[in-house]
Design a binder for this molecule. Structure first.
Ligand code: ADP
Length: 465
């Protein structure tokens, strides 16, 4: 399974195309009557001729309105999957954060590709980031956004009524959109996707249970009633957290209890999350994303199961950090190279902080991992594993403390540079992963590796020590 993803022609553009999207309406649960409206959009593609002959105008854009995590993106994909057309997607928040002038040209490039690959669905996530009423934002950021918005309007008009390229956009704030966007022929159709009710939550849990080994007597209703107020993304998270716990305990089946415990973790996380500022979210996201983006280069660490920036769940279950284990180390179970890789990953939070926030704004988010790196580097030297081009080749040098520290420092510096080098050549990938993490709070293995495939520059170049 898994949608086949084509590498975008220009790798620096974050637009992407998915051919053969394999998401179907059955993957989206708890829709109720909304499903009928979405089936109609599919018909615009499959029965376009019939509409045209009868003079029925096909909308150029459809607005999916609703809070984050209710499945808007998933639905847009399902429309493409059901219609059997290509799927392009981009997050509007990417337009505005990047350099001046890039937003508009990205929109143009996106629509050009969509047209060349028609029929297609163009999905614009978080439309309000760029579609806010003009004049509401002041300053240069506002100008850049206006240029992007204007280009979007032009692009939408280019397809009016033709039904070859249909744009689906998501927003949580349809009320603040620029009136020009919602004029007839543009986003003239709104579909509201509310948070799921009790039955909806049960159905969503069941959809995600399909891919997991669930106990036969699992009480979905119990979990659904425990999760009042949660959206699909959170319910999907619960199933993932439960599955990781199950694996950790060496069990092979997910039980009601696993899900209830996972629901509590998610719930507690939800409460903690309320107090976080958007800058904190972003900082944690940069930290998590950077570790995963570097780790994916290393053979021993590339099995990234799940990424999350949710508190609690995030600290324990985010990207799996491998702590340097002295026993393992002394038994020679780790190669010199994999120890260096571990040290490098431990230094990533510090390196990311420097790259994204600058030397003078370093935070303490990396204090713990930096400590791990320091002791690992010392162990490496003490264990005589750094002897390659150096005189320190045995235990008998252990009393030459200065030499050991100097050598450990040299290794730390080298690994630090390596971390920065990998991050430096993966800035686009970082932007993508950070953007998605901030928005969705967590990424599945598949979502992460799709981004790596599209935007990553992965090559290992082991340093010699
Ligand atoms: P939105 O675009 O509204 O923010 P997404 O579509 O990105 O939400 O949802 C994130 C993930 O949460 C989905 O990929 C899916 O795994 C899960 N999810 C959300 N809503 C549903 C739903 N109604 N049915 C099944 N899964 C859902």
């Amino acid at each position: 399974s898994g949608a086949r993803v084509r590498r975008a022609s220009n790798k620096r553009l974050p637009e992407y195309l998915e051919r053969g999207v394999d998401v179907k309406f059955t993957d989206v649960a708890g829709l109720g009557k909304i499903r009928l409206e979405l089936e109609e959009i599919v018909k615009f593609f499959t029965h376009g001729e019939m509409y045209r002959r009868r003079g029925v105008k096909i909308p150029g854009g459809i607005l999916l309105c609703g809070p984050p995590g209710v499945g808007k993106t998933l639905l847009a994909k399902a429309v493409a999957g059901e219609a059997g057309v290509n799927f392009f997607s981009i997050s509007a928040s990417q337009f505005v954060e990047i350099y001046v002038g890039v937003g508009a040209s990205r929109v143009r490039a996106l629509y050009q590709e969509a047209r060349e690959n028609a029929p297609s669905v163009v999905f614009i996530d978080e439309l309000d980031a760029v579609g806010r009423e003009r004049g509401l934002i002041k300053g240069s950021g506002g100008q850049e956004r206006d240029a992007t918005l204007n280009q979007l309007l032009v692009s939408l008009d280019g397809f009016e009524g033709r039904g070859e390229v249909i744009t689906i956009a998501s927003t949580n704030r349809p009320d603040i959109l620029d009136p020009a966007l919602v004029r007839p022929g543009r986003f003239d159709r709104k579909i509201f996707i509310p948070k799921p009710g009790l039955i909806g939550r049960m159905e969503i849990l069941q959809v995600h249970a399909r891919k997991k080994p669930m106990a036969e007597d699992l009480d979905y209703m119990a979990v659904a009633s425990m999760t009042d107020g949660m959206v699909g993304a959170e319910l999907a998270n619960i199933v993932e957290i439960a599955a990781i716990n199950m694996m950790r305990d060496g069990r092979t089946e997910l039980t009601t209890d696993d899900l209830l415990q996972a629901a509590q973790i998610e719930e507690r996380g939800m409460l903690d999350r309320k107090d976080r500022s958007s800058e904190t979210w972003r900082q944690v996201a940069i930290n998590e994303a950077a570790m995963a983006v570097v780790a994916v280069n290393f053979p021993d660490m590339k099995n990234i199961e799940f990424l999350t920036i949710n508190p609690r769940a995030g600290r324990e279950l985010g990207y799996v950090r491998v702590k340097m284990d002295h026993i393992k180390f002394n038994e020679g179970m780790l190669s010199r190279q994999s120890i260096l890789d571990h040290i490098t990953v431990q230094l990533v939070p510090r390196a990311a902080d420097e790259l994204w926030y600058g030397e003078d704004q370093l935070s303490t988010i990396w204090a713990e991992t930096s400590d791990n790196a320091r002791s690992a580097a010392r162990s490496l030297v003490l264990g005589g594993l750094s002897d390659k081009h150096h005189g320190l080749n045995n235990f008998w040098v252990a009393d030459r403390i200065n030499d050991i520290d100097t050598e450990a420092l040299r290794i730390l510096n080298m690994c630090y540079e390596r971390a920065k080098e990998i991050l430096g050549r993966n800035r686009t990938l970082m932007d993508e992963v950070v953007g998605k993490l901030v928005q969705k709070k967590s990424l599945t293995k598949q979502e992460f590796f799709t981004l790596v495939e599209l935007y990553g520059s992965i090559k290992t170049m082991p340093p010699s020590i």
